[in-house]
Ligand binder design. Structure first.
Ligand code: ADP
Ligand code: 5RP
Length: 491
């Protein structure tokens, strides 16, 4: 019986909205995972570099997975609910109804996703201002942040969207509003994606300088003028309407949200490693780098004092671990890039058929195929002649250059399963080298990192974890002291 024989268990529900799916977990007061459910979510790409979602679809998926994990549980024992989600931009009108973020006027698609690169011209102009808030995003604002997307909406969809808009939410904050009716934003989302400072609040001069002075005039009511630390209890908890949707009791506590990478980072960076004989036992938490690897990879390192790392987002105060500064490196496509390379190869249908016949995932099949063809040499040596540059969707860190593209060198005329397996390996290695570049930039600026803690979908792939350990391990370190820990928790 969860919670022991003496006292009834107390249960908590966590909902994680990734790029490709929504997952719910039921845990007890000891943090033991009791139930898990997931559900895919819709994505639209109406034109190249435009990526959209629907807040109604996402809420519906949250309801499906939450109902599943609390099935058979006494609802009086459920004490709290929390959300994390990707940092996508949700647009609602003054009556909180979805507004279109597209030229087609489809209001169902009211989310500009985090990986959307439509606001290239806007972000160039923002960066040209050299405004001081840019110091807190690694010196260069990313096209994936909210300010350029807001400016794009004002310039491109003035009548159909901008003038009608009443509320712009980061997706994690939309979910906590939907659950409670409270429009307060999380410090995590506002600091990391909206240029809000935990110490100084909004900087009016920035919004005026980039042409979004209307947000200031409205006292920031459209983008948030009440800010709470992640985990703070919101209003009177779950509203009766949301309770009905989710299958939970009304009034239970709902926490101010986190961005998904930050929830993953918070979950793994403090991992108790005692008793496993790991070299990182006894080392400070600031020597750990949490790598949350799903569709993208996010590299979360914390410090007691602010560290300014060119090309790496932050430093952000208290945005992940309270009282610590956060630097967030990232690679915009990692899981998505691996899927793209594998699924686009001529030998993919053969791979799929063979993996299905063995009841394996394509990645498990590819990993065993690499083991077979490597013969006596280490698997990493299979790519001596084949190299991938992984910036197919620009470089988030440390080069902070959205114009970069991907590259493959060493291609031959053959396109069989061996070629596919080797291309897959080279892609994984390229991503691991990207992580190494980020660590080197962070260390040059003052971080001292000795252990990677991985979570998210890619941490289920032993080859991905091994390549990260091999490729980052030699990096100016005593190899003995370098290690990589994979967690099966979700990003
Ligand atoms: N069992 C697995 N083996 C290898 N790769 C996996 C596995 N499961 C998921 N992945 C990879 O993880 C990525 C998705 O991770 P996930 O954390 O679910 O993403 P998101 O949070 O962005 O929705 C996919 O792109 C896929 O490449
Ligand atoms: O920008 C981010 C965090 O700051 C994430 O990359 C974004 O939220 C997408 O995450 P995921 O790869 O888990 O779907």
């Amino acid at each position: 019986m969860p919670g022991g024989d003496q006292e009834p268990g107390r249960y908590y529900v966590g909902v994680d909205v990734g790029t490709g799916s929504v997952r719910a977990a039921l845990v007890d007061q000891r943090g033991i995972l009791l139930a898990f459910a997931d559900q895919p979510i819709n994505k639209w790409e109406p034109q190249f570099n435009h990526h959209e979602q629907s807040s109604e679809d996402i809420w519906a998926a949250c309801c499906v997975v939450t109902k599943k994990v609390v099935q058979g549980i006494n609802s009086n024992q459920i004490r709290g609910l929390g959300f994390d989600a990707t940092c996508s931009l949700v647009v609602l009108d003054k009556q909180f109804r979805p507004l279109p973020v597209n030229h087609e006027g489809d209001s169902h698609r009211n989310i500009i996703m985090w990986l959307d690169h439509r606001a290239v011209s806007q972000v160039h102009r923002i960066n040209k201002t050299q405004h001081s808030v840019l110091q807190y995003v690694g010196g260069v604002m990313s096209v994936e942040m909210q300010a350029p997307k807001l400016l794009w909406l004002k310039e491109s969809l003035r009548e159909t969207c901008w003038d009608k808009a009443g509320h712009f939410f980061d997706l994690p904050d939309f979910l906590s509003w939907k659950a409670t009716g409270v429009t307060a934003r999380s410090l995590c989302s506002l600091v990391c994606k909206w240029t809000y400072s935990a110490e100084k609040g909004w900087d009016d001069s920035f919004w005026k300088m980039i042409g979004l002075e209307d947000l200031v005039a409205d006292n920031y009511s459209k983008i948030g003028n009440q800010v709470l630390p992640p985990g703070a209890s919101l209003g009177n908890g779950l509203t009766p309407e949301a309770a009905k949707d989710l299958g939970l009791p009304a009034g239970i506590a709902v926490a101010a949200s986190l961005i998904d990478a930050h929830a993953g980072g918070l979950g793994v960076i403090g991992t108790d490693v005692r008793g496993h004989g790991l070299a990182c036992e006894g080392q400070p938490v600031t020597s750990r780098l949490a790598v949350i690897c799903g569709t993208s990879s996010c590299h979360m390192g914390i410090s007691k004092d602010p560290i300014f790392v060119p090309g790496v987002w932050g430093p952000y105060f208290s945005a992940m671990v309270p009282g610590f500064w956060l630097n967030e490196g990232g690679q915009s496509v990692t899981g998505k890039l691996i899927d793209h390379m594998v699924q686009g190869h001529a030998a993919f249908p053969e791979l799929q058929a063979k993996a299905t016949a063995r009841c394996q995932s394509v990645y498990a099949y590819l990993n065993s195929h690499l083991d077979l063809i490597k013969k006596a040499q280490p698997v990493g040596f299979l790519t001596v002649d084949l190299h991938v540059w992984p910036d197919f969707h620009g470089n988030r860190s440390p080069l902070a250059d959205l114009t970069l593209k991907g590259m493959v060198t060493g291609l031959k005329l053959s396109q069989d399963l061996d070629d596919l397996a080797i291309l897959y390996l080279a892609t994984v290695q390229a991503i691991a080298f990207g992580t190494r570049l980020i660590i080197e930039a962070m260390e040059a600026a003052g971080h001292s990192i000795s252990t990677l803690f991985l979570c998210g979908g890619l941490s289920k792939n032993p080859l991905f974890v091994q390549m990260h350990a091999d490729i980052t391990g030699g990096h100016g370190k005593n190899e003995q002291s370098w290690e990589s820990c994979a967690s099966q928790t979700s990003g």
